[in-house]
Design a protein around this ligand. Sequence first.
Ligand SMILES: [Fe+2]
Length: 304
Amino acid sequence: MGRATVADIKGRDFSELDKEAKANTENTNKGSNTNKNRNTTTSDSRGRKNRRRQKKTMVVHPVQRLFDACKDVFAHAGTGFVPPPDKIEQLSALLDEIRPVDVGLSPRMPFFSPQATRRAPTITYLHIHECEKFSMGIFCLPPSGVLPLHNHPGMTVFSKLLFGTMHIKSYDWVVGAPSASAVAEPSQTAQRSEVRMAKVKVDSNLTAPCKTSILYPADGGNMHCFTAVTACTVLDVLGPPYSDLEGRHCTYYLAYPFTKFSGDEQVSIPDEEKDKYAWLQERDKPEDLVVEGALYTGPVIREN
Ligand SMILES: [Fe+2]
């Protein structure tokens, strides 16, 4: 409903601009020699039509280009889908070109303001598109906002930091590593639950402008945590998207240092490498995580 309203408003604006441009041209033609005017009007009219046609073919918005490419790249996406290298390059290149203004965002918008609260800062999600094959959306984080450690099962995810500085810590499962049994922290559940060994993939700050980050079903940092060092915003493309029906649900994790459980296990990791490993334990969705939806006010995506 809200999206349709925005589309309608934008449509009206464009046609009003068009009428205004037309009226200006007609006024310019008035008062000229009649014969000359007739010829000039005919050729001007053809010129205008050509220019309009040219404009129509030339002006495809970056987000529309990204959407069109996603439709093609993820046309057959299912759990575990990884696009071929040329398609990954294509989507990355399209995302690399997108600026905040292209999605209707500016760091001065209210959801990027520091929040004077004792709770974790509220994060805003702007939904752009979701279908069975892929989803597009934007996370807006105020300073110190945290998207806690979570996974993307069987998915390929493109994340483009549009502005600001964000700390990324990501992990991949260590294939074939033993699991361990852990007693959860008192603040969590009181049950014993399994922890799995994971390897740190990324642990660094990212500052825009920067290249698009990509994670895959089994590598690239499939489990990740984003922390806003400054106010920042990330455009995410998920292919395929989360789907409880198809077993792709979002799981949250606690990360424990490798040394916390390694004593019980037959895992041999050199001391100097131990900080590159961790044990991850499933947890409930953090209670202090608040993600509020807001209306995407960037260019309207045309689906056909
Ligand atoms: Fe994520």
